[in-house]
Design a protein around this ligand. Structure first.
Ligand code: ADP
Ligand code: ZN
Ligand code: ZN
Length: 751
């Protein structure tokens, strides 16, 4: 892989270590082994261990990719590595294969790919060691505490009672169990409890009590097929409407995996890794879990990683990057809500965790299940063409009936802050019946624009091609793209008149109206602003779960993963914004979102109703979705994509550049275009189309001008070959220093 000009190249008996060093360069670096290493020790070196190397004036942590007998680098220029950090590789054989595949497929610098694949402490060179988990237990005095002395301290008493019953309380689980951190600190200070290290960490959470459900016929068939390939690679698309019992199928597939002494890796979207999700798994299995979520400290993350690597944790649950968790005995990978956008990283190493999960399962030779009620068209196509095994669950599994989906035509209506009279009536009716209502609106803030009625001035961001969103609580205007904020102007900055009006709808505005119309009803707004504080989302969800009538207003945060048994009406305030998106995936994403939102209605025994407000009630997407469902919609869009030769029937790569001036970004892409044309001419390739350079849909963001060049190819291979040739050339351009550039393989959104 390294492309180095060589004069007198190194060639001797000393082997050369070829390393992925953290650097933005798309190449590997050669080093001599550390001086103190004996020939014997060098022979024992394993691929995938970390190596500390001098790099310029710094010391960096790199990974050993291969051991070579010679190097194109002149002998006198080769430096010695400082030390070998590991004896056991931090990347196993199959993770090394995944690493190699990713550097080539995504054309990303190898050192940065490596950095993404390990926890941050390992990037810093910390020992990859599993520490024994710590648990609280009663001390001698604690064991003798009597009722009387704890009477005034009920929180402490809960802890003592717990320990009397379970003997041990794992330190990391105390908050999940709802035990008070203060009470624990006090008891420890008083010497009533003490910390001990435990060898095999038995979880202290009550778990494993819930029985398996008896599967219905479709579920049983799905599970049977999964089990039939229990110890070899197979990719399943578990395509089942919301509530069809996909999770039950996952749980039973995991049960089989655990029974065979193997581990399960479960990947979920960022938004749905909630205590509710975890609790559901805990109720079923009494094994050790490794959880990888954003709330962990670096230390805890490394410990979860190590517990998975050593086979202590049988179930690993995490978001996108948990994909790279090592497993001693890999058994199955499950990726829930596989269509979800959060599985694609949108900056730096722009990988798709879904596609890489399939590759990993392949390398580990284990099954992988991709589950969704609204599969991505790529996945559906793979299921139709036989690359994936298609498992369908067509009806709801539990007692819940399917929610009724209807369109509310608002084209000739006067709306009150976006609500039609019919919708307000429906809300009142459902509340009167003692039920809960969910209102979905895809914008946070009060209104997306502030406009002057007199001269037409609008609140634009000074740094982006975007408008500032008006927020009322606290009052300010803010750009949702660069986060710049200012005070709400009192009068129009242009004509000085006092005629500024908020234009358009956001969650705060709906909250405002509904609070006025339903003063006696609890109204909960759930969006990124209202859930910024830790635990505030959990607190609101707790309120919802008490089952009292209430109205939930929220953004797509509400659409995923949550289970609201008392919600009987789901209202979508405005389905139109997504319908006319310029992005070719706009229809698909809108449909997925609408179906996910609709899936929140009538989850338990009460029948549900979904009302979608639109000014385009005859729009084909809405008609197909409401009349025949997601599957028919998806099949018809697939046909359109095939006719237009768009993904998944062709392959895209997006070359992006940004610079303080548009000309610099464009110049870089013009040169790239020239290089591509030359390469295509000389290879006689004509399967690749080039579009651009053109300004990005949002040309200016945070004071950077952005341009892009789109490559489209009917086949993947020529595109991959072209990029492999192109990227090193681009790297060495002097224009590359005036623009930041990146390449996005299989881009998900073009913004
Ligand atoms: P999904 O993951 O597809 O949304 P879930 O697995 O959450 O579906 O199941 C939805 C509801 O149906 C849950 O309340 C679950 O307990 C219930 N359920 C699932 N499978 C069965 C079954 N075989 N028999 C009875 N109830 C079931
Ligand atoms: Zn004005
Ligand atoms: Zn901005």
């Amino acid at each position: 892989m390294p492309k180095l000009e060589s004069t007198a190249s190194h060639e001797s008996n000393t082997p050369v270590l070829r390393l992925a060093v953290p650097s933005p360069l798309r190449r590997l670096f050669d080093y001599l082994p550390p001086k103190q290493l004996s020939g014997e020790q060098i022979k024992e070196l394993k691929i995938g261990v970390r190596v500390e190397v001098p790099f310029g004036s710094r010391k960096l942590v790199a990974i050993l990719v291969s051991i070579e007998t010679d190097s194109p680098v002149p002998a006198h220029k080769l430096r010695h590595a400082t030390r070998i950090i590991d004896t056991i590789p931090v990347l196993s054989d199959s993770l090394m294969r995944l690493y190699r595949w990713a550097t080539q497929y995504y054309q990303h610098p190898p050192g940065e790919v490596f950095q993404h694949m390990v926890p941050s402490l390992l990037r810093q060179g910390v020992e990859a060691k599993r520490e024994l988990p710590q648990a609280w237990r009663l001390s001698e005095t604690g064991a003798q505490l009597n009722e009387e002395s704890l009477k005034r301290a009920p929180r402490q008493r809960e802890v003592i009672d717990f320990l009397r019953e379970h003997t041990l309380l794992l330190k990391q689980e105390s908050s999940e169990l709802g035990l008070s951190a203060n009470a624990i600190t006090t008891l420890n200070k008083q010497g009533h409890i003490e910390l001990v290290s435990v060898e095999q960490s038995q979880p202290s959470l009550p778990s494993g009590a819930e029985a398996q459900l008896e599967l219905n016929e479709e579920q049983a068939q799905a599970l049977e097929q999964i089990q039939a390939s229990a110890s070899r690679y197979n990719c399943f698309l578990l395509d089942g409407v919301t509530g069809s019992g996909k999770t039950e199928v996952y749980l039973q597939a995991i049960a089989e995996t655990l029974a065979a002494g193997k581990q399960a890796l479960v990947l979920v979207p960022e938004i749905s890794l909630t205590p509710q999700t975890i609790a559901r798994f805990r109720r079923r299995f009494s094994c050790h879990f490794a959880l990888l979520h954003s709330g962990l400290s670096d230390r805890e993350r490394l410990q979860s990683w190590a517990q998975a690597r050593d086979g202590i944790a049988s179930i690993i649950i995490g978001t996108r990057s948990a994909l790279f968790t090592p497993m001693a005995k890999p058994g199955i990978i499950i990726l829930d809500e596989e269509h979800d956008g959060s599985f694609k990283q949108q900056d730096g190493f722009r990988y798709s965790a879904r596609d890489m999960a399939v590759m990993r399962a392949n390398y580990e030779n284990i099954p992988v299940i991709l589950g969704s009620a609204t599969p991505a068209l790529e996945s559906l196509n793979n299921a139709l063409n036989g690359r994936f095994t298609h498992l369908s669950l067509s009806k709801r599994a539990g007692p819940a009936a399917k929610a009724k989906l209807s369109l509310l035509d608002t084209s000739n209506q006067t709306l009150q802050e976006g609500f039609s009279p019919a919708l307000l009536d429906a809300i009142a009716k459902h509340l009167n019946d003692g039920n809960q209502v969910m209102v979905f609106i895809n914008r946070r803030g009060f209104s997306p624009t502030l406009q002057c009625n007199a001269c037409g001035w609008v609140s634009e961001c000074q740094h982006c091609d975007a408008r500032m969103t008006l927020h009322k609580n606290p009052a300010h205007i803010r750009c949702h793209h660069c986060d710049s904020r200012s005070a709400i102007p009192r009068h129009c900055p242009e004509c000085q008149k006092h005629e500024l009006i908020p234009l358009g709808l956001g969650t705060e505005r709906s909250e405002h109206l509904l609070t006025r119309l339903f003063p006696d009803t609890n109204i909960l707004r759930i969006d990124r602003d209202s859930t910024r504080r830790k635990n505030s989302l959990d607190a609101m969800l707790d309120t919802v779960h008490q089952g009292e009538p209430c109205i939930l207003i929220g953004t797509q945060m509400l659409a995923k993963g949550h289970h609201f048994p008392d919600v009987t009406l789901v209202a979508v305030l405005d389905a139109d914004s997504g319908l006319f998106s310029a992005d070719f995936r706009g229809q698909e994403h809108t449909a997925q979102l609408l179906m996910q939102v609709a899936g929140r209605a009538g989850r338990a025994t009460k029948p549900g109703e979904v009302l979608i407000q639109t000014r385009h009630a005859d729009h084909e997407t809405l008609q197909t979705l409401t009349k025949s469902g997601y599957k028919d919609f998806a099949l018809s869009v697939l046909q359109e994509r095939r006719a237009a030769n768009m993904p998944p029937f062709s392959h895209l790569a997006l070359l992006r550049a940004e610079a303080p001036a548009y000309a610099a970004a464009e110049r870089f892409l013009l040169i790239a275009r020239e290089l591509i044309t030359q390469a295509l001419d000389s290879s006689g390739q004509n399967a690749i189309q080039i579009m651009g350079p053109m300004p990005a849909p949002m040309e200016r963001r945070a004071n950077k001008y952005r341009a892009q060049l789109l490559l489209q190819s009917n086949e993947r291979k020529p595109l991959q070959q072209l990029l492999a040739q192109l990227c090193p050339q681009l790297e060495s351009l002097k224009e590359a220093r005036q623009a930041r550039w990146s390449i996005d393989i299989d881009p998900q959104d073009m913004i």
